[in-house]
Design a protein around this ligand. Structure first.
Ligand code: RAM
Length: 362
């Protein structure tokens, strides 16, 4: 099993490399979103001093707002976050939309704000669409932690990133290149067109593809399955029909890669067209065993939810304020340090294949 300690050192080393020279990195904070609510009490404006030894308060009300409640990946993350809250005697819950469209989370944020939650944790479907409502929550003293997919930086206190965005993007291209022998047409099957995390990863993929060693790999299309199983299935079919010479598909979304694998496994493309991306071992196991997929990557989503939950509790309890360099005590994951722009990175991605997939159950 992956251990958090194994992941801590490389993640810390990579933190300083993040977001160099890529405009889409970290959620694309805009001047517009900053000026929309200039008086919002963004907690970093005048933070009280952090007390690293402050105990987590009991009875905290914490709400997880995933991209969509029917996304199995988000369910694993949020369930682990809710279980973490039980450890620190908080009351956590998950609420959220059934689709991952840009504005689908807005009404949920407003309700959570009215309820006076202590913290809102959000995997943002759109960095800016959620910004105004999150600022209103912050103005009421509610702590906001984005996880998985960042909101614009000025409308959250912290971002818990599952892995270095740069490492995810570049390693996906490396994986694909190995699978197709460094040559041929490839496509990306993404989630929604607005998803901050996928878009950041794709920017790094495109940058990686400019390196000389990938000169014979050609990205022909980025398609969007909207993190909807059926749409992702159809987009896979569409890609394969539109590009008959396609050699591979990278799907950096657990919903996309599992739908694409299901499509390919039932066709003659199996064994001909390489598929990789980000998937959960439980969803991908049968497709690794039947030869549709050789390898793919992910991190431990349970650890992501657990860390996000502790980070939210640490913010509310004054253990941290969100400033770079502060550390929090994240239960069994140990101490974690806040990096640049309020980002905490869980650890590097891990590659699954037929030899190791049975060691994992999520
Ligand atoms: C999907 C979602 C999520 C992403 C994973 C890898 O479940 O798009 O945001 O992190 O895939």
């Amino acid at each position: 099993m992956m251990t958090s300690s194994r992941r801590l050192a490389p993640a810390a080393a990579l933190a300083g490399l993040l977001c160099l020279g890529l405009a889409a990195c970290g959620g694309g904070t805009t001047k517009d979103s900053a000026s929309a609510a200039p008086s919002a009490a963004v907690s970093s404006a005048a933070p009280a001093a952090a007390d690293p030894n402050a105990p987590i308060k009991e009875g905290l009300k914490i709400a997880f707002l995933p991209k969509a409640i029917n996304n199995p990946y988000e369910t694993i993350v949020d369930k682990a976050g809710i279980e973490a809250a039980a450890e620190y005697k908080g009351e956590a819950k998950e609420v959220g939309p059934s689709d991952a469209s840009a504005s689908s989370q807005v009404s949920y944020i407003n309700t959570l704000t009215q309820q006076g939650q202590d913290a809102i944790l959000i995997a943002a479907n759109d960095a800016n669409a959620v910004c105004g409502p999150l600022k209103q929550a912050m103005a009421k003293g509610i702590k906001v932690v984005s996880y998985d997919s960042d909101a614009a930086k000025d409308c959250r206190d912290l971002f818990i990133n599952q892995a270095s965005s740069e490492e995810v993007g570049r390693s996906q291209v490396k994986l694909m290149s190995e699978l197709v022998g460094g040559k041929g047409e490839i496509a990306i099957l993404s989630a929604t067109a607005n998803a901050t995390n996928q878009n950041t990863w794709i920017e790094f993929m495109k940058d990686e593809l400019t390196k000389p060693e990938y000169k014979d790999l050609k990205l022909v299309k980025v398609a969007y399955g909207d993190d909807d199983d059926q749409k992702s299935f159809q987009e896979t079919q569409g890609l394969l029909q539109a590009y008959p010479g396609l050699k591979g598909i990278i799907s950096p979304t657990t919903v996309g890669i599992s739908a694409a694998a299901r499509y390919i496994s039932g066709t003659d493309y199996k064994g001909e067209v390489a598929l990789t991306g980000l998937g959960t071992p439980n969803q991908m196991r049968q497709f690794v065993k039947d030869g549709t997929v050789e390898k793919f990557a992910l991190w431990n989503p349970k650890d992501l939810g657990y860390l996000a939950s502790y980070a939210a509790a640490a913010l509310v309890s004054g253990q941290i304020t969100g400033a770079e360099g502060e550390t929090l005590k994240a239960g069994k994951l140990g101490e974690r340090t806040i990096g640049k722009d309020g980002e905490i990175i869980l650890g590097p991605p891990f590659t699954f294949d037929k030899d190791n997939i049975d060691e994992f159950d999520f």
